[in-house]
Write a protein that binds this ligand. Structure first.
Ligand SMILES: Cc1cc2nc3c(=O)[nH]c(=O)nc-3n(C[C@H](O)[C@H](O)[C@H](O)COP(=O)(O)OP(=O)(O)OC[C@H]3O[C@@H](n4cnc5c(N)ncnc54)[C@H](O)[C@@H]3O)c2cc1C
Length: 473
């Protein structure tokens, strides 16, 4: 068949791209297109850092396609309408794309399926973002897992797909209308000084190789210490599909030969983290309502407080809790926050400040380079005690002792909260004497953790018993 369209979505790469490889294998000519969304100014689920990263990924993809003899076509509008128009312009016989695990992507796929039928063209959608998706990992009674550990055991037993080819040559497309590559102004946004990682497929491969070379073997030892570079920093690469999950998995398999016990365990723990990502994908697939509601029905309708001024202090990293403020400022300045600190800041918002987890979920999505609807929702619901396999409501992390445990020398705190750079570590991890600031320019703690912990315990307990008794009536 002569012409096909490849619709790039969250798969911005030429290496081991399932749908693109299938299109190239079956068609003489493949028209690669990316379709920009039309919102302007503010978006609930994204913001400047991730859009800037997208802009740079698209520029890199366009130059990769140019080197392969082709051009990336840029269109803007409703993706289904744009693809329909492109089918008419090119006379394409088929559309190829990789599936998106989130509910917005799925809704588009349903509409595209109907449009393809109307147009009489083939639509080929592929699994690409995950090793296992949808219904591939089920309990013995064919229901979705609610708890991570048994899910991960079942996931580990399944055979894993291998990486495919790299596209190096594409036939040049006929001259087609294309918009220029986007900039932040495309969405009415301005640069805000966020210092983001290098984007594009090549940069992502560099990060993977640096990690699998050595750091993966010390992952267990270092991954919880935010002052160190102990994690892979691949989350945005997985989010935008700069790397395929099959490539990562197969590199880890290659590195798994001849390891000592510690190294083998470290590598295994890292693979388990990749499995968390797929666990949350399948939660969202089976229960898309978690985007609005608590996964656990018992916690729906909790009496969250409303306090916009307090929320602003949390976002700005001005709570007076050094470990919380360090995390929030890392997020603001780089579009990234270490996993351990994501848990601390999320629990602080929900269990110390008693604010709705959905506020934090949205702020993270607007700031994170790796903002992934499924993982972010899963992380927030886990931290607030409302999700799958969640920390039970009575497990409330103490931000002072968390700081001491995971940043004992205070290096992470001092890096992100520079006004505290001369404060000795031990004072960073305990409440200051009443009314006495650590330094004049740093705020007093905005609340008393012990008091707010008690309030949380009472509120959660009361809500839980009233929703359980409502069920039995
Ligand atoms: C409140 C909260 C919000 C989060 N939001 C996101 C998000 O929007 N996007 C996102 O990718 N991750 C999210 N996470 C999970 C985790 O914090 C990040 O994946 C991790 O910090 C990314 O850094 P890394 O690539 O160096 O991780 P590594 O430790 O090197 O882990 C390797 C990969 O495993 C996956 N992973 C690791 N931990 C988790 C996890 N708990 N849940 C799901 N996947 C995981 C990621 O793809 C990550 O790149 C969130 C966690 C919490 C507690």
């Amino acid at each position: 068949m002569p012409i096909a369209i490849h619709w790039f979505r969250r798969d911005l790469r030429l290496t081991d791209n399932t749908a693109l490889n299938a299109a190239v294998a079956a068609h003489e000519q493949v028209v690669p297109v990316y379709i920009l969304s039309t919102w302007k100014g503010q978006h609930r689920w994204t913001g400047v850092p991730r859009q800037q990263f997208l802009v740079e990924c698209l520029a890199s993809l366009a130059s990769g396609l140019k080197a392969a003899g082709s051009d990336l076509l840029i269109r803007q509008g409703d993706a289904v309408a744009e693809l329909e128009a492109l089918v008419r312009e090119t006379g394409a016989a088929a559309i190829y794309a990789n599936r998106d695990p989130d509910p917005f992507g799925r809704a588009l796929e349903t509409r595209l399926f109907q449009a393809a039928k109307r147009l009489g063209v083939e639509l080929h959608l592929f699994k690409d973002a995950a090793l296992h998706e949808r219904n591939e990992v089920l309990t013995g009674s064919q229901t979705p897992f609610r708890v991570f550990t048994p899910f991960s055991r079942a996931w580990a037993k399944l055979g894993k797909p291998l990486p495919g080819n790299t596209v190096t040559r594409l036939r040049p497309p006929a001259k087609l209308r294309s918009l220029p590559l986007p900039t932040l102004a495309t969405w009415g946004l301005q640069p805000d000084g966020t210092q983001i990682l290098d984007a594009g497929e090549k940069a992502a491969h560099g990060r993977l190789e640096r990690f699998v070379e050595n750091a993966v073997f010390r992952y267990v030892e270092k991954r919880d210490l935010p002052a160190l570079e102990g994690t892979s920093r691949l989350s945005q690469d997985l989010r935008f599909g700069l790397l395929s999950i099959r490539k990562i998995y197969s590199r880890l398999q290659e590195r798994s030969q001849g390891l000592n016990e510690t190294q083998a365990r470290s590598l295994q723990v890292y693979i388990t983290e990749l499995c968390w990502r797929e666990f949350y994908f399948q939660v969202l697939w089976h229960k898309p309502e978690v985007l609005e509601l608590e996964y656990s029905e018992d916690y729906r309708g909790m009496p969250w407080k409303e306090d916009p001024a307090a929320f602003d202090r949390w976002c700005a990293g001005q709570t007076g809790f050094p470990i919380v403020d360090a995390g929030m400022r890392q997020l603001r300045q780089t579009g990234f926050m270490h996993n351990r600190v994501r848990m601390i800041t999320a629990m602080f918002l929900t269990k110390d400040m008693h604010l709705d987890w959905r506020l934090g979920e949205q702020w993270f999505m607007q700031r994170l380079l790796d903002g992934e609807i499924a993982s972010n929702n899963g992380g927030w619901q886990w931290s607030s005690g409302t999700g799958t396999d969640a920390a039970p409501y009575f497990r409330i992390q103490n931000p002072w002792t968390q700081g001491l445990r995971f940043d004992s020398a205070g290096n992470y705190i001092r890096h992100w909260v520079p006004e505290l750079k001369a404060v000795p570590a031990q004072r960073l991890h305990q409440p200051p004497a009443p009314g006495l600031r650590l330094v004049p320019e740093y705020p007093l703690p905005m609340l008393d953790h012990a008091q707010e912990r008690d309030t949380s315990l009472r509120t959660y307990k009361l809500h839980l018993s009233s929703s359980r008794s409502a069920k039995t009536v």
